[in-house]
Design a binder for this molecule. Structure first.
Ligand code: GLC
Length: 738
């Protein structure tokens, strides 16, 4: 409707009705038959609050959305539609690889197309807003939520944040667009000790330079909503942090969309110790311009008293209510309160072959080959005895924790894909994912991936069969990994290695003398040191989604030459966390030309400083050589650019895709500067023995940072330019900014 009419509508609303728009409840209050004694009593709200609430969390399914919306509108005085919001992070029914795997594609354009598919599927089933993309910079592998994030680098993550928002919102094409909600604003990936919900604290300079960029990229791409994070920022929880929400997000960045809290985060201001009760917590949040209270009764029960006591102005409620009504109006809900959802359309749309093909295409590019000794890969489709072992080999739930709606019927498991290639396959699970899942707790209705935990004779038989297969095979594929609930929300671990039963099985299988190809299913960078020797090859498959098994076999048999490159650093062991490539030099860098003896420099006694597998790393079946790195000038002024040129030669007989990475280093700044910063990348197709010239532009804007005066600017001085296949394998040259 016209905005003038929308304004007229809002003028008719009572204060309670306006406050109602700021309340988000979960589906249980709508699904119970007897509304008077339903879950709202547990939540401490009245029926009036239920009747006025503006949005609902994780209620989806076309028929359910129709029923709930109809029931709601019957009771709504002004017929303002309910807004349905869900966690549809990296797939609806068709599930793509987890975002840490999408980050490994280094292909934002591809991911934009994926997210259009996610939007189209979700919208047919009643999705209107999705709590995605999650783009927290992540550098601590202990954290359970690594899986949801594109990676550790601000530039690469910003490219994905933009593409994901553009994919979801898809130029608001009717029936193929969903409102996106970037999260978790801000800095949630920097939780101390990698522990969920924990403190985040860093300098404003680092925060702005390294953690804020992806959220800003999402906002600049037109993201409709922002979700507050559970953590503190400068010792003030994000949800009550006026500087973060109003000064930075709204005033500096010009965001005029809807801010929603994370789950119960207003109430958690009490737990944080910055509010003594819900009354104070509500005041902090509304003054921070937080619009929607997810799943508590803070706003519903305390905003009116705050106004009546003269502690807040009703204008704050009006501004939030207006932003929410504008979003509903933008989605056309006043004309179509179901947002076009239809069960039959959903049935026809979801998991279409072309969608699963797109998931396969993306997954091909997401897989990262970490090790391939003696070119054990690619495998042969004939003349090679190949066995299949491991608890993930025949598992249809290879989606990761946040694919709540993935349709497992369509999953292509490794076993299925292998049978499509080889006909029959000798297979044994060999062991459990975990022998004891009691520590994991539960999460919604996700069926445990561990399935039935085998014990005693059954487990012994599985292992015996696995070893028998190994003895009779030239090579075995071992599909191993973390339990699905060992990562995801609440999934922090201090031991980031594979579960013990799996490490033992790999050792025993290798001891039979067969070659071992380990395929990993995991939601974080794992510490792989203790399987490195026993695995002749390691393929990182993340949680690869619906087409995972097909993509894995594409790579294993060379039908797809692996091109994935890590967007996160894999540590030697957990003691290195947090770990990232763009470290600072320190006064005592651990380098061969250090003036100090080897002990008194920044280093460990037991492992190198660097990652076991670094940012940007990945093997391919082709071999690329970088040469002729040339700048068109080595003198740059503030308004000029430098043209960078490099030759990339494929020295093999295999065509492949190379991700050419451009980094810079600012050698001297008014504050310390990272030893390396990603500033560009290009994926190029290389034919056998072909040399391709790749070029980049370096602009003055790329050299800017928060200087000692906290101005975002470049400074004259000397710079190094690096180009290569990963953050540890680079060639370099230099230039000066005048
Ligand atoms: C959870 C998560 C957030 C999610 C929200 C709604 O606690 O932190 O990512 O979108 O609640 O389910």
């Amino acid at each position: 409707m016209q905005e003038a009419k929308l304004r007229e509508l809002m003028d008719q609303m009572t204060l309670q009705e306006k406050i109602g728009q700021l309340v988000q409840l979960s589906g249980d209050v709508f699904n119970t038959g007897d509304l008077s004694t339903g879950p709202q009593e547990k939540l401490g709200i009245t029926q009036e609050v239920v009747d006025n609430c503006g949005s609902v969390l994780n209620v989806i399914g076309a028929d359910t959305v129709h029923k709930v919306q109809d029931q709601y509108l019957q009771r709504s005085r002004l017929k303002i539609p309910l807004l349905f919001m869900s966690d549809i992070i990296y797939g609806y029914k068709t599930v793509f690889p987890i975002p840490m795997g999408l980050g490994a594609t280094w292909n934002p354009d591809l991911i934009r197309e994926d997210y259009k598919i996610i939007a189209e599927e979700a919208v047919t089933d009643g999705g209107m807003v999705t709590f995605s993309p999650a783009v927290d910079i992540v550098r601590d592998a202990r954290w359970g939520r690594c899986l949801e994030m594109p990676g550790e680098d601000p530039y690469l993550s910003s490219c994905f944040a933009k593409a994901m928002v553009e994919g979801f919102q898809n130029n608001w094409e009717k029936g193929k667009s969903i409102a996106s909600c970037v999260k978790h604003y801000a800095g949630y990936g920097a939780v101390e000790a990698g522990r969920e919900y924990n403190t985040v604290d860093m300098s404003e300079r680092r925060f702005r330079q390294e953690y804020l960029p992806p959220y800003k990229a999402a906002v600049d791409a037109g993201c409709e909503m922002v979700m507050t994070s559970f953590n503190t920022v400068d010792m003030m929880p994000a949800t009550g942090n006026k500087w973060l929400m109003d000064d930075v997000l709204r005033k500096e960045w010009g965001f005029d969309g809807v801010i929603i809290t994370d789950y119960a985060a207003i109430q958690e201001l009490i737990g944080h110790g910055v509010a003594k009760d819900k009354y104070e917590a509500s005041k902090l949040a509304i003054q921070a311009t937080v619009d929607i209270d997810m799943k508590t009764n803070c706003y519903s029960n305390h905003l009116q008293p705050l106004i009546e006591n003269g502690e807040i102005s009703e204008d704050l409620i009006n501004e939030s209510c207006w932003r929410i009504l504008k979003l509903k109006n933008k989605l056309g809900l006043f004309e179509d309160p179901y947002f076009g959802c239809d069960a039959k359309l959903c049935e026809q749309t979801c998991c279409k072959p072309e969608f699963i093909e797109q998931a396969n295409k993306t997954c091909n590019e997401a897989l990262v080959l970490l090790k391939n000794d003696n070119d054990v890969l690619p495998l042969k489709k004939t003349g090679q005895k190949i066995g299949l072992i491991g608890p993930y080999a025949d598992n249809p739930g290879i989606f990761g924790m946040w694919a709540l709606h993935g349709d497992r019927k369509y999953t292509i498991t490794v076993k299925k894909a292998l049978e499509d290639v080889l006909g029959t396959v000798e297979y044994s699970a060999g062991c459990n994912v975990l022998d004891d899942t009691s520590c994991l707790g539960g999460f919604g209705n996700i069926p445990s991936l561990a399935g039935v935990i085998k014990t005693g004779d059954e487990l012994a038989e599985d292992e015996a069969k696995a070893l028998e297969i190994a003895k009779n095979s030239d090579v075995v594929i071992m599909a191993m990994g973390e339990h699905i609930l060992q990562s995801g929300e609440g999934g922090a671990r201090t031991d980031i290695t594979l579960p013990e039963p799996q490490k033992q099985l790999i050792r025993k299988v290798k001891a039979t003398g067969t070659e071992v190809v380990v395929v990993l299913f995991n939601g974080r960078p794992l510490a792989l040191t203790d399987i490195l020797e026993d695995a002749d090859a390691i393929l990182e498959a993340w949680y690869p989604g619906t087409a995972g098994g097909k993509s894995i076999c594409n790579v294993l048999f060379g039908d797809y030459n692996p091109s994935g490159r890590l967007s996160v650093s894999f540590p030697h062991n957990v003691g290195q966390c947090p770990l990232y490539y763009s470290q600072y030099s320190t006064g005592r860098p651990s380098s061969p030309d250090s003036v100090h003896n080897t002990r008194f420099v920044t280093h460990y006694l037991d492992v190198p400083n660097e990652a076991l597998f670094p940012f940007g790393y990945g093997l391919s079946y082709h071999k690329a050589r970088y040469s002729n790195l040339v700048l068109d000038t080595d003198k740059m002024s503030k308004d000029s650019t430098i043209h960078v040129s490099v030759d990339v030669t494929n020295e093999s007989d295999v065509a492949g895709i190379e991700t050419v990475q451009l980094y810079i280093r600012d050698l001297v700044g008014s504050v310390v500067r990272p030893i390396l910063e990603l500033k560009g990348f290009k994926k190029v197709q290389l034919q056998p023995h072909e040399t391709v010239n790749v070029s980049f532009e370096i602009t003055e804007e790329m050299l800017r940072f928060y200087t000692r005066s906290m101005k975002y600017e470049s400074e004259p001085g000397d710079f190094k330019v690096f180009v290569g296949c990963n953050s540890m394998n680079l060639i370099s040259t230099s230039f000066t900014l005048k």
